[in-house]
Design a protein around this ligand. Structure first.
Ligand code: ASP
Length: 588
């Protein structure tokens, strides 16, 4: 039988003991035991840190015997006198003190853990996720989750102070198209019908503005059935907000206030305001991405003008078909970007849609160039000048439709910068504004909404809605941090006639509009203040602030790539009876 706590009451957390000469009581997990015969040291750990317990020849023999029986990860409570330590341990906060224990309780024994609870664990992640509750005992993960808590708290404090009301919205709702695939919940009471888990509370927060709540915030759980990557989980949390009587600038300003407060309170960093802004088209043309990492340059240069009359048909035909020839230059990169490395980059480029990769590699007096034989001397000089390519540099060039050229160069830019290790540390926040409203879908030959279909077009683009969709830009914005999209939002359409027009432009029939959004369109017929908002990804924000590589490191119980959870082993089969009640037959 384990000991009871009876008679003991914790006075301090392990990492916060103070008051040398006083009696203190601590509780925690056993990190390490050193048994030196007549002297035993135990490192006791809780979420605040570690404190050293000591047992020596002055210790009551019963207590000493008990200390001898302690093993890794046992849960202990110990009472004793806090005293100065002879040999100070500079690595821990409490390294100059120790507790000479006079009462020790073994409150819970532990099996030998499958891996050691330490920050620099070499154990593979799958095993750690299977025993996530042990993995979470590691200081690094404890710190991450405490930081995440702090971020959530700053968010609540800031938005509450700015007049936002926290209102919960349903977890089970009607399936409405919002971009990703829904997770569905079958109804027992309504055979054959389904609820959807919210991809975000988008529709509800708009309805809350129609209802007159003026400013809403929620730390909302969102669910999207998409393929996962390091920066995507099937369920995640958004700091979700919506405001009435605002336009784009008002929302960006509120967002900036949050960023400023957050960075100061979490990392003590002053972020200069206002944050930079870049229009979507400029971001794509300069960085080949709508979430560019602007901590470094290596911008894309259009060299179509220099090569439009050259003898290289790969270049000229791309231009003739309405595409372009563009390149990036990696400065002083000949050492790293060898011919072999360029071959690998070519494979990367092909993997993301390019037909090939042209290059200039300038090692000796004259540059060596994969397409030199097709160029006149003047053309070559014009290319080098336009790219600002000098001896020691490597230029990578792609020719194709812009839809291919820009993202391929954007991806190469990032990859090469990482290879060259030229990305400085720091936090580079950036608004991307004026997204195109429509996106042409080559597969369906349709215009799709790039954001969600409730996004307001820019005032000056309204005349083009039905005639020139490619000229319509949206009052939509993203916040990007170091190349990661942190937040996305827009001003919403509040005029139901305009909303119906947008739905039609997106190819939705009146029946589809009625079935999918009827209630929303109806709601706007009862008047709505102008409103807009955004959803800030709490998980990604936490990942970047904690300097973590993966969302899994800032999520208590994450899913892996195939959307399963290794500890509880979900998803899992259910009883036939449960399925019957839900009117469901599986096809397996
Ligand atoms: N619901 C949007 C999203 O999840 C955010 C917004 O527009 O407020 O991206």
């Amino acid at each position: 039988m384990a000991d009871l706590m009876k008679g003991l009451s914790r006075t301090h957390y392990c990492g916060e003991v103070e008051g040398v000469g006083n009696e203190v009581t601590v509780g925690g997990f056993t990190q390490r035991i050193r048994d030196k015969g007549g002297l035993i040291f135990i490192d006791l750990r809780d979420r605040t840190g570690i404190v050293q317990l000591v047992f020596d020849d002055t210790t009551d023999p019963k207590v000493f015997e008990k200390a001898k029986a302690v093993r890794s990860e046992y849960v202990l409570m110990a009472k004793g006198i806090l005293r100065k330590r002879e040999s100070v341990n500079k690595d821990i906060k409490t390294g100059d003190v120790e507790i000479l224990v006079n009462d020790l309780r073994i409150l819970s024994k532990a099996n030998t853990p499958p891996f050691e609870i330490t920050n620099d664990t070499k154990v593979n992640e799958e095993l750690r996720l299977k025993y996530r509750y042990l993995d979470l005992r590691r200081a690094k993960l404890q710190e991450n989750l405490m930081m995440r808590h702090k971020i959530a708290k700053v968010a609540r404090d800031y938005f509450y102070e700015n007049g936002f009301l926290e209102i919960e919205t349903p977890m089970m709702m009607k399936s409405t198209p919002e971009g990703a695939r829904d997770y569905l919940v079958p109804s027992r009471v309504h055979p054959g019908k389904f609820y959807a888990l919210p991809q975000s509370p988008q529709i509800y927060k708009q309805l809350l503005m129609i209802a007159g709540f003026d400013r809403y915030i929620q730390l909302a759980r969102c669910f999207r059935d998409e393929d996962l990557r390091a920066d995507r989980q099937p369920e995640f949390t958004q700091i979700d907000l919506e405001m009435s009587f605002v336009d784009v600038d008002d929302i960006l300003k509120i967002g900036e206030g949050f960023v400023q407060r957050l960075m100061k309170e979490t990392l003590g960093i002053d972020i200069p305001m206002p944050l930079s802004r870049l229009k979507y088209n400029d971001a794509m043309n300069r960085y080949g991405s709508d979430k560019p990492d602007t901590r470094f340059g290596m911008e894309i240069t259009d060299i179509s003008d220099c090569v439009k009359e050259c003898g290289f048909s790969v270049f000229t035909s791309a231009i003739e078909k309405g595409g372009s020839v563009r390149g990036i230059v990696a400065k002083n990169a000949v050492g790293t970007l060898t011919r072999k490395e360029i071959d690998k980059l070519t494979e990367t480029a092909k993997g993301i849609g390019a037909k090939g990769l042209a290059y200039i590699r300038w090692v000796d007096d004259a540059p060596s160039c994969s397409f030199a034989k097709f160029m006149s001397e003047d053309e070559m000089k014009a290319i080098l000048d336009a790219l600002c390519c000098e001896k020691g540099d490597v230029a990578l060039i792609v020719a194709d439709k812009n839809k291919v050229v820009l993202p391929v160069l954007g991806a190469l830019r990032l990859k090469v910068a990482k290879q060259l290790d030229i990305i400085p540390e720091g936090f580079n926040f950036l608004w991307i504004t004026e997204f195109p409203f429509f996106e042409y879908n080559d597969e369906t030959n349709h215009w799709d909404a790039m954001h969600h279909p409730f996004t307001m077009p820019l005032d000056e683009c309204l005349p083009y809605l039905e005639t020139a969709p490619e000229k319509v830009f949206a009052k939509a914005y993203d916040l990007v941090l170091n190349g990661t999209e942190l937040c996305s939002g827009s001003i919403r359409i509040t005029d139901y006639e305009l909303q119906e027009k947008m739905f039609k432009a997106l190819g939705l029939t009146p029946e589809e509009i009625e079935a999918k959004f009827g209630f929303l369109v109806d709601a706007y017929k009862y008047a709505a203040p102008p409103h807009g908002g955004m959803g800030i990804g709490l998980d990604r924000l936490s990942m970047l602030i904690c300097g973590a590589d993966s969302l899994r490191d800032v999520t208590a119980f994450p899913k892996i790539k195939d959307a399963s959870e290794l500890m509880s082993e979900c998803p899992a089969s259910v009883d036939e009876k449960q399925l019957e009640e839900l009117h469901i037959k599986t096809m397996e």
